[in-house]
Design a protein around this ligand. Structure first.
Ligand code: UDP
Ligand code: MG
Length: 356
């Protein structure tokens, strides 16, 4: 069954990363499948289990018995939202790929509108959030982030769009080829370009508990976005040191002039204490900006795989062939730890891919 499926890629893939979402698996898969069936096209639902510690994997494998279009890509541990999303996009085989969050904040019922826009020639269709129901502080911080991003990056990254959207195969191929570890998905997708369309929608509240990404994760993503899409902080750092150098030179020249050509006492102590403090501040600021970039370079240069796939399930059992390794992807030949799953597993060894 698997080899037959592999020779005929579907028209549409829907890629969803999941981390500890056991309560909403049936509704999520049901609603995506219903939305896709209405299209009359072949489709697959690629759900990535990002190292969930609850029963998300079991719920997905059970669901895949009833939904033949469901493929479950199981990662070796929790790699985070962006890597899990990249795993889903790399595993997707459709001519068009929809990416969405799995907490039902991205309504699957929008998929037909995305596909219609794609059929009309769009390469990227974005779900545009018209109303944010989040708390005031979160909305304000997000507003500030988009302002900064807009004013410091050369790539025009659309505002108020998350990951939710559809991409044509040519955009997906570009994303899969991008080797970077620091992945701000919306930015990478915008970089790829293509004809773009927006489908507005009101973003509902999350179902099934609190955010899995969390405030810290969101800050990390904002930093990744700003550092990997903008050299402005680096440029400002050097401008700042140049300006402070000039100020220091002028003050120095003035002090020498006072000493050589006048008999006024030099107010040394106050001036130099202030100057030393100021220079210390500027230097540590510049160094901290540089170290942010060095940290990113450090991660990139190590070129570790972005995620590791344990195995794939479909039709209620472990697939006999694993996902084709993508540029940033390694497939591990490790059996599943859960005895129930291991019993279902097909004994065939899983191919090991190379990280780039
Ligand atoms: N997610 C994931 N790995 C993680 C954290 C989150 O795969 O380490 C998934 C999560 O299950 C959800 C999506 O990524 O489907 C978005 O997460 P969340 O809703 O927590 O993000 P938020 O809406 O708060 O930004
Ligand atoms: Mg969410």
């Amino acid at each position: 069954m698997s080899s037959e499926r592999r020779t005929a890629p579907p028209v549409l893939s829907v890629a969803v990363p999941l981390y500890n979402e056991q309560e909403i698996v049936p509704e999520l898969v049901g609603r995506i499948a219903a939305a896709c069936r209405g299209l009359g096209e072949t489709f697959e639902i690629v759900v990535v289990n990002d190292g969930s510690t609850d029963h998300t994997l079991e719920a997905l494998v059970r669901q895949s018995q009833d939904v033949p279009e469901l493929r479950v890509v199981d990662l070796l541990r929790n790699f985070g939202h962006m890597p899990a999303l990249s795993a889903g996009v790399a595993a997707a085989r459709g001519e068009a790929v929809v990416v969405m969050d799995g907490d039902l904040q991205d309504p699957p019922e929008l998929i037909p509108q995305f596909v219609a826009a794609w059929r009309e020639g769009a390469d990227v269709v974005y779900g545009l959030r018209t109303a944010r129901r989040e708390a005031w502080l979160k909305r304000t911080l997000i507003g500030g982030f988009y302002w900064l991003l807009d004013h410091t990056t050369e790539t025009k990254i659309p505002k108020q769009v998350g990951t939710f959207g559809l991409m044509d195969r040519k955009i997906v191929d570009v994303l899969n080829q991008m080797p970077e570890r620091s992945r701000y998905f919306a930015g990478l997708r915008a970089w790829a370009g293509g004809r773009q369309t927006f489908v507005p929608y009101e973003r509902p509240d999350r179902e099934g508990g609190g955010s899995r990404v969390g405030a810290q994760g969101l800050f990390r993503l904002a930093r990744t976005a700003l550092i990997s899409f903008s050299k402005v902080p680096l440029r400002y750092a050097s401008t700042l040191s140049l300006v402070s150098g000039l100020v220091l030179f002028l003050i120095g020249a003035w002090a020498i002039f006072e000493k050589l050509f006048t008999n006024r006492a030099i107010p040394g102590w106050a001036t130099y204490t202030t100057l030393i403090g100021f220079m210390g501040f500027v230097q540590s600021l510049v160094l901290s900006v540089i170290s942010e970039y060095v940290a990113v370079i450090f991660d990139e240069i190590k070129a570790r795989p972005l995620y590791v796939v344990r195995t794939e399930y479909s039709g209620g059992r472990r697939a006999d062939a694993a996902v084709a390794p993508a540029v940033t992807n390694v497939v591990a030949a490790e059996p599943h730890p859960s005895p129930a799953m291991a019993a279902e597993a097909v004994a065939a060894p899983v191919p090991v891919g190379a990280p780039r």
